[in-house]
Ligand binder design. Structure first.
Ligand SMILES: [Zn+2]
Length: 295
């Protein structure tokens, strides 16, 4: 127990600005469907989230068409049908989207950072490879009945090539942009700054069929949900209508302690009159005024 922090929060109760509305969605970068313990915890969180907020979490998933997932399914003895059954179960409590992670070579280790395609990788060097896997994964999900309308990039991977793919594959919502300092995508952040996109503003790009919803916060693995509000307050801006995502990974809630902390955060946030939650379906009603330019 961090006694200093406990005393601090006894003396200072963090509050949110009274004139700002915060609307949060909750998104998982879902990478361990094949691991039963992690999967069961994910289901428990999504059920709790729905009970507490009346809204659905969004799980953007990697599929058996991703070579790393295929390899880990083999290690854990999970068949493609079992993987599909788990996704069906997850879809009872959460919306399903696509989470893309891409590699330079299937012959090298997927864990080797040099082999991962990230925002630092040249846009067009692996263009056809990324496009081919992206399309194959989205088709895999759609062929099994999941209506995939959303994407979030692994490693915050979004660039003009990905925007082309989102449009081509008729994906309406992207969740890869963020102004948070721990999100490392210089191209995306520069594009937002040029268009003066504020913290918590939704926007489009020149690919007008796609709406971009920002990641506003992570889900701090902390005994103090007050930490969330304290950090959030650092990002207040001229935008009084703040809408965006709380983003985490499925494996960040795989222990009992971290699952309890994440659920406690939702309970805590509900008590603020300025805070509400939304599901993917609610975004259809959201007006979008701003636009970034793509070079
Ligand atoms: Zn990821």
């Amino acid at each position: 127990m961090n006694v200093t922090k406990q005393i601090y929060y006894t003396l200072f109760t963090p509050s949110l600005p009274k004139d700002t509305q915060y609307r949060f969605g909750f998104i998982f970068h879902t990478e361990k469907i094949y691991a039963l313990q992690t999967f069961n915890q994910l289901i428990r969180f999504c059920r709790a989230f729905e009970e507490l907020t009346g809204k659905r979490a969004l799980c953007v998933v990697m599929t058996p068409e991703n070579p790393l997932i295929r390899k880990n399914m083999e290690v854990d003895n999970v068949t493609e049908d079992e993987f599909f059954q788990r996704l069906m179960k997850l879809n009872q409590y959460a919306d399903i989207g696509y989470h893309g992670h891409f590699w330079k070579s299937n012959q090298k280790s997927f864990l080797d950072t040099q082999n991962q395609i990230t925002p630092q990788t040249s846009f067009f060097e692996f263009k056809s490879q990324v496009a081919e896997q992206f399309e194959r994964e989205v088709v895999w999900l759609r062929e099994r009945g999941f209506s995939i309308t959303s994407y979030a990039g692994g490693w915050w991977f979004v660039n003009p090539l990905i925007l082309d793919l989102l449009q081509k594959m008729k994906i309406q919502y992207d969740f890869t942009f963020s102004l948070q300092i721990w999100v490392k995508n210089n191209w995306a952040q520069a594009a937002m700054q040029r268009a003066q996109i504020h913290f918590g503003e939704v926007f489009k790009s020149t690919k007008e069929t796609v709406t971009h919803v920002q990641t506003l916060m992570g889900c701090p693995n902390s005994n103090y949900p007050q930490d969330f509000v304290r950090i959030l307050n650092k990002y207040t801006s001229a935008n009084f209508n703040t809408l965006g995502m709380i983003t985490t990974h499925d494996y960040n809630i795989e222990t009992e302690r971290d699952l309890a902390r994440a659920i406690e955060l939702i309970r805590y946030l509900r008590h603020f009159s300025q805070v509400s939650f939304f599901s993917l379906a609610d975004l259809a009603l959201e007006p979008v005024e701003k636009q970034i330019l793509i070079y």
